[in-house]
Ligand binder design. Structure first.
Ligand code: JHZ
Length: 392
């Protein structure tokens, strides 16, 4: 049974940036559910992929050093550990991962044409299509089978998970490996990072729910790595369950045990989380209001998809955070979705006029702190809402 545990109000599409602020930008109700049978956490309203992932999609993986390094290290690991003839990436974005492979050894699938064009220009074979059974069939006709399929932060964005895994099953070779990585539900719940919920994130996987889902497709997890990326992610290594050549690592049992101990299999855990979220909102607003009263100025750092949830849920506008700054060309000079806060182009002096910087990209805190040592030296402070609202 699907049971609601959190209501995040009305939310615009997290990556729909407007050149001019419009108070009537379309918003959708964002409610979060836990399914007591499948143990899956998901959002209620499903927006058609074409509305969210199109030729204007602004998110680029290459915008942070952390992600560039993470993908570089993963590519080295894939070559050493699995040595695939060819790797297919579902959701190849701007090629941050596949560019670590030779051009004849990597294929991208990226429905956002603006991003697909980047990897096409780099001469990587790129299918600018949505991942579905039709595409899997087309690829099978061409490549027969693929021995390594990889996907980061993409499968959880597709509503029809049965179609997703049926299509992977169709294309993956007999002893093929599937590697996927996504934000960890355990980390999200532990850190009260309710901002992992937005319209693009239809599901947040736990090892518990993913294991149950994969079973239906005769697939199983044989290794799990914990990653610090995106506020705490899990990388799942998956094989066909008939492939007994690969042993199941103890990491799988460990993660399942950790999640069960925390109560991710129980509805009550999620109700508790939702109470923490309500407190978090009040606390963040009180910090920002106090700063405003003291006539100090705040800029937002990193116009993430996540921060759109925070600003719209807490109803924070330019009275509390004057501007945001970001390095992504597609976001600059646009407004934060749903809010009249403008995004300014990042430059190294941008924090000078501000007393506080609110971390929209809290998941890159270490990278940002290193970069902004001058701001910190002259007494500038950061504000974060994760795991609890506070000034750092
Ligand atoms: P970042 C996106 O989420 C959307 P977002 C998507 N749905 C998803 O699942 C994850 O990615 C993977 C900027 N920045 O990575 C760049 C600076 O300006 O947390 C980005 O706009 N300066 C696909 O948007 C943003 O912050 C910096 O120094 O929540 C980071 O976005 C750094 C480090 C980042 O993903």
């Amino acid at each position: 049974m699907n049971k609601k545990f959190l209501d995040l109000g009305y939310q615009p599409l997290a990556n729909e940036y407007l050149k001019n602020f419009r108070s009537n930008q379309i918003k959708y109700k964002l409610k979060i559910y836990f399914d007591t049978l499948s143990k899956m956490v998901s959002i209620s309203k499903r927006i058609p992929s074409q509305k969210m992932f199109n030729s204007k999609y602004p998110y680029r993986s290459s915008m942070s050093r952390t992600m560039r390094n993470s993908f570089k290290n993963l590519a080295a690991e894939i070559k050493k550990r699995f040595n695939p003839k060819i790797i297919l990436e579902i959701g190849s974005n701007d090629g941050t991962l596949i560019s670590n492979f030779n051009r004849n050894k990597a294929i991208g699938v990226e429905p956002c044409k603006n991003l697909a064009n980047i990897t096409k220009k780099m001469k990587y074979t790129t299918y600018d299509e949505y991942w579905d059974f039709g595409l899997a069939r087309k690829l099978k006709r061409k490549y027969k089978s693929i021995d390594l399929i990889y996907s980061a932060n993409t499968l959880t964005h597709i509503s029809n998970l049965s179609n997703v895994f049926k299509s992977i099953n169709h294309l993956l070779s007999k002893n093929g490996i599937l590697i996927i990585e996504d934000p960890s539900l355990l980390e999200c719940i532990k850190k009260s990072s309710y901002d992992q919920f937005y319209n693009e994130h239809i599901y947040i996987f736990s090892a518990i729910s993913l294991k149950l889902l994969l079973k239906k497709f005769n697939l199983e997890i044989f290794d799990i790595k914990t990653l610090s990326t995106h506020g705490g992610s899990l990388r799942y290594y998956i094989k066909r369950n008939h492939n007994t050549d690969i042993a199941i690592s103890s990491t799988v049992k460990k993660q399942l045990k950790k999640e069960t101990k925390y109560g991710l299999n129980k509805y009550t855990t999620y109700k508790l989380f939702s109470r923490k979220v309500i407190k978090s909102k009040k606390h963040l607003l009180s910090i920002l209001n106090k700063i405003k009263k003291n006539k100090k100025k705040v800029i937002g750092y990193g116009a993430t998809a996540k921060v759109v949830t925070v600003l719209n849920y807490c109803n924070i506008d330019k009275n509390l955070i004057s501007y945001f700054t970001d390095t992504t060309p597609e976001k600059i000079n646009n407004f934060i979705p749903g809010k009249n806060i403008k995004i300014l182009k990042y430059n190294k002096d941008i924090l000078r006029k501000y007393d506080y910087a609110f971390l929209g990209a809290w998941n890159f805190k270490d990278e940002i702190f290193k970069k902004e040592s001058e701001f910190i030296k002259r007494g500038g402070k950061f504000i974060t809402h994760v795991p609890k609202p506070r000034i750092i």
